[in-house]
Ligand binder design. Structure first.
Ligand code: 6PG
Length: 226
């Protein structure tokens, strides 16, 4: 089995369909060997279509545990929260027990929320699958270029994020790497340069998380650096 795979799909719809298929397969494989499937969901807009398709799968949802790669410091019911996007697209549509959805309390004090989530993550790792998006600057989760972060931190508060909102909670690289496999979703021409820089060995957060681990990048032609 490849440890690194770059799979170019014709368009964003094909990326979403392939991502949903792979997530469902990863869950089935994990649950054939263990009691629970632990997945870290990516935020942003790219994964939403994949989550909607995934909701149509007949998965053993009662054995899933869902975590978040990062969360925006906004009110819990704010439409721009990553947990709200995942809720709309997937979690509200499947019989996944609510107490198995481990949301980040990003509506409160960021440092306190990061400390709390670090404990949740430390008790959960290793994950079975971590989903990641990638920003046009090569960020992933809320790990941004030029920001210093403790490589040992399970979770951390982020301030002055270049992508609004400025305050966020992110899993640290250590947490995002503590997984059987990583699936990166990248679509659109805006991601092409970041992917090219990553593939050329550029020091980007997406590379610091993925390099040396088993990962697959699902990208569309528009994002393909060639
Ligand atoms: C967020 C995400 C962030 C996202 C990338 C890509 O809070 O926005 O955690 O890391 O995955 O910025 O975002 P898009 O999928 O919207 O391009």
């Amino acid at each position: 089995m490849n440890t690194v795979e770059w799979r170019v799909m014709p368009d964003a719809g094909a990326v979403a369909a392939e991502a949903a298929r792979r997530i469902a397969a990863a869950a089935q494989d994990a649950l054939a060997e263990q009691a629970a499937f632990r997945i870290v969901l990516a935020g942003g807009s790219t994964p939403e279509a994949a989550y909607r398709l995934l909701a149509g799968y007949n998965a053993d949802w009662a054995r899933w545990h869902v975590y978040f790669g990062d969360e925006r410091c906004l009110p819990a019911d704010h439409a721009e929260r990553n947990s709200r996007m995942a809720g709309r697209a997937l979690l509200a549509e499947v019989p996944l027990p609510l107490d198995q959805v481990h949301a980040i309390a990003a509506e409160g004090d960021p440092e306190t929320a990061a400390e709390q989530y670090a404990r949740v993550v430390a008790a959960a790792v290793p994950f079975d699958l971590v989903l990641l998006g990638v920003g046009e600057d090569g960020h992933t989760a809320s790990l941004f270029p030029g920001h210093a972060w403790d490589p040992e931190a399970w979770a951390l508060a982020v301030h002055d994020a270049p992508k609004p909102p400025p305050d966020r909670i992110s899993l640290g690289a250590r947490a995002l790497r503590s997984t059987r496999q990583i699936l990166v979703l990248a679509t659109g021409a805006g991601k092409r340069e970041a992917l090219a820089r990553w593939r050329a060995g550029g020091d980007l957060p997406i590379g610091r998380v993925c390099d040396g681990r088993r990962f697959t990048v699902l990208l569309d032609e528009a994002a393909n650096p060639g």
